[in-house]
Design a protein around this ligand. Structure first.
Ligand SMILES: *Cc1c(COP(=O)(O)O)cnc(C)c1O
Length: 435
């Protein structure tokens, strides 16, 4: 496979953009490649790069594209909206309809505010939690990623983890001191912290997906809910990935656990920039102009993005009876067959999956349940896996610590083609291990 043009563009990119990319994981640094592929077109489950290569896509824009690339319903809505104007800086009717739809799909959200990204949603939710509880400190779990605001870039997953660190530079000591981190699944330590430290909120991915996918123990989630209630700590579910993906009502519906606040992103924009934070009215009423917790945005609730999100959620709502089960079945099929290949070649892997997400951890461990477990992974083997897939027309997340995303456009034929290449990749890794 030829990547000449992508390499040329990357050379120029590095001159004008730090690292040549606008989000770090895109640089393909951790999978030992000279350059990333530069995408130029997507359709259904496939994308094309600037060299004209075709790939089956398991990045799916890191989550938003649960319907695949350029779903006709979303394109039609966006075309409609574009004709009417790009942005007004005034409220529009569709924003209200999207807000209503979000509260209908996710009943714990009584009121919701739209943002332009997931980062803004989590940042604002934390500010609101501090104002509501009149407390300063916040808690998060190690390896969970909640966007790139200062307070949340401590023991972070996603791109930081991919590049071999977890805390960003440039954050003041005061901010670092106010964010307390706890290993995922460690109830005893969580109890200790919440009892003693006067914590405003615990923000968590109910299904961690930014250190690779972790399947949470429902008993743990229940205990977290109880502890937060007991200590007056607001529980924020960061459902930027899990929202509208595990179920229409996200992980909270899937596991039957009600948070005080929820943050959303990715899918609710249908591939366009939308985020949201919402929750109990009593809390949300503190947001300006009702209250004095400030949140604003020139492009918050942008009409094109909102229309895309509205079409997306409407489609999911109309098809919820079959769509989520179908997605889960696709992932079950792929992970079951992939495990067989791994066994055949003596490659040690743990494949974690839930709903339409999965991660192949190259590890000797039996289970991957937290950051420490995830860090046991052999990233060299992951790089071999990634590169074998890429060279054979399948683009996976360029990181051991991210999820593969499956869409409704991933047909049986596409899954079978993927499995053939997974088999090749595991064979190569198995042979390398024997040497
Ligand atoms: C992607 C992500 C974010 C950040 O969203 P952006 O739109 O990238 O700012 C926050 N939380 C979680 C769980 C995410 O996966």
């Amino acid at each position: 496979m030829n990547h000449k043009i992508s390499k040329e563009i990357f050379k120029k990119a590095q001159k004008y953009i730090p690292g040549g990319v606008n989000s770090p994981v895109r640089a393909f640094k951790s999978v030992s490649r000279e350059a990333p592929i530069f995408a130029c077109k997507g359709e259904g489950a496939k994308i094309w790069d600037e060299d004209g290569n075709e790939y089956i896509d398991y990045i799916c824009s890191w989550g938003p594209l649960i319907l695949g690339h350029n779903h006709p319903k979303i394109i039609a809505g966006v075309r409609d909206a574009i004709e009417l104007g790009s942005s007004f800086g005034l409220p529009t009717k569709k924003e209200v309809e999207l807000a209503e739809l979000i509260t209908k799909c996710c009943p714990s959200i009584e009121m919701v505010r739209l943002t332009t990204s997931g980062t803004e949603a989590t940042m604002s939710a934390v500010r609101l939690a501090r104002a509501y509880t009149n407390r300063n400190k916040i808690a998060k779990f190690e390896g969970c990623y909640h966007g790139h605001s200062d307070a949340l870039l401590v023991k972070s997953g996603s791109g930081l983890l991919t590049d071999g660190y977890q805390d960003s530079n440039g954050i003041t000591e005061g901010v670092l001191k106010d964010t307390i981190t706890i290993p995922f699944g460690n109830l005893k330590e969580l109890n200790n912290i919440l009892e003693k430290k006067n914590i405003a909120c615990l923000i968590m991915e109910p299904v961690p997906a930014n250190m690779g996918v972790i399947y949470p123990d429902v008993e743990f989630l229940k205990a977290v809910r109880e502890l937060c209630t007991k200590t007056g700590t607001l529980l924020i579910f960061d459902e930027v990935i899990s929202g509208f993906r595990l179920a229409l009502g996200g992980a909270q519906e899937y596991f039957g656990i009600t948070p005080d606040m929820t943050t959303l992103g990715k899918i609710i924009g249908g591939g366009y920039p939308v985020g949201a934070f919402g929750g109990k009215s009593e809390i949300m009423q503190l947001v300006a102009p009702m209250g004095r917790v400030y949140h604003a945005g020139t492009l918050s609730g942008n009409p094109i993005a909102v229309r895309a999100g509205y079409e997306m959620l409407t489609y999911l709502d109309e098809n919820k009876e079959t769509l989520y089960k179908e997605l889960e079945d696709k992932v079950k099929y792929i992970t079951k067959e992939a495990k067989k290949s791994a066994e055949k070649y003596g490659v040690n892997v743990v494949i974690n999956s839930i709903g339409s997400l999965f991660t192949v951890f190259f590890t000797d461990k039996k289970e991957i349940n937290n950051l420490k477990d995830a860090l046991s992974s052999n990233t060299e083997n992951f790089a071999i896996y990634f590169n074998t897939m890429l060279e054979n027309g399948i683009i996976c997340p360029p990181s051991q610590f991210e999820a593969h995303f499956v869409s409704i456009a991933h047909t049986q034929e596409i899954l079978d083609k993927t499995l053939k290449v997974i088999d090749m990749a595991f064979k190569t890794i198995g042979e390398k291990n024997e040497k």
